[in-house]
Write a protein that binds this ligand. Structure first.
Ligand SMILES: C[S@@+](CC[C@H](N)C(=O)[O-])C[C@H]1O[C@@H](n2cnc3c(N)ncnc32)[C@H](O)[C@@H]1O
Length: 281
């Protein structure tokens, strides 16, 4: 991390938190991205900003691992398109078969660093060498992305169902860009595809934990936290898109039986949506 603070630092923090309990997160590879600087930043966040964030991020990863497992079980051969992928490791985890295809999109410095490190990990045998994983460098705020993403999807081949994952990413985009990305996703999805979406509803504005996070993002990650975007669940409703599941960190903590003490005030309470495209528009 020998560069100016950047929003991608949050992608290291999520790896650190997943690595603190790999059984709960179901990500034994997250620790590959953790060094002492990452641990220092993550410790600052959990001790000074949100105490319950490590368990939330562990459950967040578990939630998508389980969603991918079900998708894989339902369809056999699948693709994963992970937008704002950061350093997440789903293509290397047993929730996806070795024959699955993956595309990851993120800012160019994240993609360059991840590719170089993955090549090292593969050489050392720390991750399996041959995985069908493509990377695309893209800044959604600065580049027209629709045609580029169409091209990448075409390269994956659309003969198998695709899971589009947006984990801890969509709300960083400005309103016009998030609207365009949602429009692209709706047009890209065909019957059987799923969208795994994390979003923030308006009520998060009332949360003390959220206000502390906003300050941390500005002071420690060089981010203009004012630009965080809120979307009510209705925003994602659209004809031909079925809600398979929805939850939040407060909900997941209860669902998995790890805590009864999560509230909107002490939690960066991201909301989860699992959607499936039908035959409609
Ligand atoms: C909180 S991290 C989440 C990373 C990963 N999905 C995870 O859950 O660990 C947010 C990610 O969004 C990416 N991101 C934020 N704004 C972006 C933009 N305008 N274009 C591309 N990627 C962006 C960051 O680089 C970072 O990797």
């Amino acid at each position: 991390m020998d560069r100016a603070p950047d929003i991608s630092d949050t992608a290291f923090i999520t790896c650190y938190f997943r690595s603190l309990d790999p059984e709960l997160s179901r990500d034994p590879l997250a620790s590959l991205w953790v060094d002492s600087a990452v641990a220092r930043l993550g410790d600052k966040f959990r001790h000074e900003v949100i105490e319950n964030d490590p368990v939330n991020i562990q459950l967040r990863c578990r939630y998508w691992v389980e969603a991918l497992e079900r998708f894989q079980a339902a369809h056999g051969e699948v693709s994963l398109v992970n937008l704002g992928a950061g350093f997440s490791m789903y293509p290397f985890l047993p929730c996806l078969r070795e024959t699955s295809l993956s595309l990851e999109v993120d800012q160019s410095h994240v993609v360059a660093f991840k590719r170089a490190r993955l090549a090292e990990f593969a050489r050392d045998g720390r991750v399996p060498a041959v995985r069908h994983l493509a990377h695309r460098a893209l800044d959604f705020e600065r580049e027209p992305f629709e045609a580029l993403l169409d091209e990448e999807l075409a390269k994956l081949g659309r003969d198998r169902p695709t899971f589009f994952l947006l984990e801890g990413f969509f709300y960083y985009l400005s309103p016009p860009v998030s609207d365009r990305l949602w429009g692209w996703l709706r047009s890209a999805c065909t019957a059987g595809d799923r969208i795994g979406m994390i979003h923030l509803p308006q009520e998060i504005r009332e949360s003390a934990a959220y206000r502390r996070t906003q300050r941390f993002l500005q002071e420690d990650c060089g981010y203009d936290g004012e630009a965080i975007v809120y979307h009510e669940r209705e925003y994602f409703s659209s004809e031909g898109l079925e809600v398979l599941d929805q939850s939040s960190h407060v909900g997941l903590a209860r669902r998995y039986g790890v805590s009864e003490d999560h509230t909107n005030d002490n939690t960066f309470n991201e909301h989860f949506l699992l959607l499936e495209a039908g035959d409609g528009p």
